[in-house]
Design a protein around this ligand. Structure first.
Ligand SMILES: [Zn+2]
Length: 119
């Protein structure tokens, strides 16, 4: 797990480290090529962040989840609409302490709803 994580980080950092001089060189060759290069660097750095945030934003809030899926709101707690599982864990969007939480069914791994604030 740790070695896999280190490998992924190294690959990502390597990609950015290679792209920044490439954009700088392109800028020296032609300003327009440089601008395109810098946009590519910017998208590669911010892309994953924006995608994670957009995925979180697309999820319903707990109140919306309950009103959209009346069956999911049982007397014994919230239930997964996909498999009926009642074990729901919440994950931080960026890290374990993040106040933006994604609530995921422990049985089938579906993202069910989002919340904001401390748990
Ligand atoms: Zn489920």
């Amino acid at each position: 797990m740790y070695t896999m994580f280190t490998l992924i980080i190294t690959l990502l950092l390597g990609t950015f480290a290679a792209l920044i001089p490439a954009a700088w060189l392109a800028h020296r060759v032609h300003p327009l090529a440089g601008i395109i290069g810098w946009i590519a660097v910017f998208l590669m750095i911010s892309g994953p962040t924006v995608i994670r945030w957009l995925r979180w934003r697309k999820l319903p809030t707990l109140a919306d989840y309950k009103s959209q899926n009346p069956d999911a709101n049982t007397k014994r707690g919230i239930q997964c609409i996909h498999c009926g599982g009642k074990r729901i864990r919440n994950w931080g969007v960026w890290n374990a302490q993040d106040t933006k939480r994604t609530h995921i069914c422990e049985t089938c791994n579906s993202a069910l709803y989002r919340s904001y604030g401390k748990r």
